[in-house]
Design a protein around this ligand. Structure first.
Ligand code: SF4
Length: 450
């Protein structure tokens, strides 16, 4: 097998006692908060089953749901862009920003912009992207990437954050969480006011009414979606829900599974601005629908149920592997059990062939998943794909090596003569004088047969 990059990363994580302590304390807290609320809900299993059925039904009718969503958004004056891949999505947002003379973008709740590498593209063209979710703001200041889809800075202690703010924002060193939040808030308020564009992801989008739905606890999404004159929501295709009755079920499942809350502090519902442009709020609304390999996954019966995922991260918090090594060790935008399935499917098995093995297959992720995704089973399928891939690659390497050796031997008359003699004398014992399939041995060179 090729050099095991995952092994290097997880060994570094296992040697980092502070990281392990921080991640396991934070995930334990999230697990206990979720368990407490779930225990208070008598029909939790029925709700999970309803969630599973809604997601399956939506995937079965995904094209129709997305067309309805597009019509609902455009009918209200919004713009919809279908992005085939990350490049197309990046290009659209970048062109929009440059054509509107945007210098600063406030962002929030957008793992999908991590997936498409939006910040680097914006910065390369002189546009400043500012993450406004506290966790995302912290990892952006630290020049890192999120290590958890819900709590991006879960690997950092308050002491780390205090040092970071002192160094990058020139703030006095404080370690009280409230004081640190106040420092971040003070910095970000100015950014909300100066930004000309807001970019967010989407937890869901309701097809019938063309409404993008975002949940949060900090209030930053409210500012990102209402202060700047242009708003862009980027969502992956499968985030669509047919109507509000389905949204209600999924919102409950998401929020309870994520943080154990009954409802987030803020739930934002975004619709395009109506024809009356004198209303407060953004004057332009753009919805980017990102495929980036999802329609391929949808067509694969073995893996399509991963598209049910509502990004609650409950499977991260119970995973014995994730809680030991944190998210960065996975080396991908989507870590944890869900990411060990999704990342190889989205970004290629070759790039992430170690991830299907980053699991004990204990089944905790399946038991906790609010939409009943059978992650361990898909990890086993992926392991089998990795083995097939490995065999195919080594058959190819083996063939290439044989061709190379034969070319060298056949290209040198002296070596060829000696090799032929040795081969002839050894042939009765070992049948080794065979050219690779499709090639013949000539006296001077090694050439392809007709
Ligand atoms: S796989 Fe299930 S538990 Fe994990 S993030 Fe997705 S919905 Fe949540």
């Amino acid at each position: 097998m090729r050099e095991n990059r995952f092994r290097k990363r997880y060994q570094a994580a296992l040697n980092d006692a502070q990281l392990q302590k921080g991640v396991s304390a934070a995930t334990r807290l999230l697990v206990s908060m979720r368990e407490k609320t779930v225990a208070e809900i008598p029909d939790w299993q029925a709700l999970r089953e309803r969630g599973r059925a809604i997601r399956e039904h939506t995937l079965d009718h995904l094209d129709g749901c997305l067309e309805t969503l597009e019509q609902s958004v455009t009918r209200q004056g919004g713009h919809v862009f279908w992005a085939k891949d990350d490049e197309a999505a990046r290009r659209y947002v970048l062109d929009l920003a440059l054509s509107r003379g945007v210098k600063t973008i406030v962002k929030g709740k957008s793992m999908i912009s991590e997936e498409i590498g939006l910040n680097d593209a914006l910065e390369a063209h002189g546009v400043e992207p500012v993450e406004t979710d506290l966790g995302e703001f912290i990892v952006q200041l630290a020049d890192e990437h999120p290590s958890h889809i819900l709590a991006p800075a879960i690997h950092k202690t308050k002491e780390d954050i205090s040092l970071l703010f002192a160094r990058k924002l020139l703030k006095p060193k404080v370690t009280e969480p409230k004081a640190l939040m106040a420092q971040a808030r003070e910095h970000l308020r100015g950014k909300f006011l100066e930004a000309q564009m807001g970019v967010t992801g989407a937890n869901f989008a309701v097809a019938r009414t063309g409404t993008v739905v975002l949940t949060e606890n900090e209030g930053n999404i409210r500012f990102s979606t209402t202060c700047p004159p242009v708003h862009v929501s980027i969502m992956s295709l499968e985030k669509v829900v047919p109507d509000w009755s389905e949204l209600y079920v999924l919102l409950n499942l998401l929020i309870i599974s994520a943080t154990g809350q009954r409802l987030s502090t803020y739930v934002s519902f975004l619709n395009p601005p109506m024809a009356d442009k004198t209303r407060h709020g953004p004057k332009e609304f753009h919805l980017v629908l990102l495929d980036n390999g999802r329609s391929r996954i949808l067509g694969d019966e073995r893996y399509r149920s991963i598209l049910r995922c509502i990004r609650c991260a409950a499977c991260f918090n119970v995973c014995p592997v994730y809680t030991k090594i944190g998210g960065h060790a996975y080396g991908t935008v989507y870590p944890g059990p869900m990411g060990s399935v999704l990342s190889p499917l989205l970004f290629g098995l070759d790039a992430h062939e170690e991830l299907p093995f980053a699991s004990t297959l204990c089944g905790a992720c399946r038991d906790v998943c609010p939409v009943k995704i059978d992650i361990p089973n898909m990890l086993l399928e992926l392991r089998s794909d990795v083995t097939e891939n490995w065999k195919a690659r080594h058959r190819m390497y083996g063939r290439r090596l044989r061709v190379e050796v034969w070319s060298r031997v056949a290209g040198d008359e002296t070596v060829l003569r000696w090799a032929s003699r040795i081969a002839r004398s050894a042939e009765p014992i070992l049948n080794v004088a065979k050219a690779p399939d499709g090639f013949k041995l000539s006296h001077r060179r090694f050439e392809r047969s007709e």
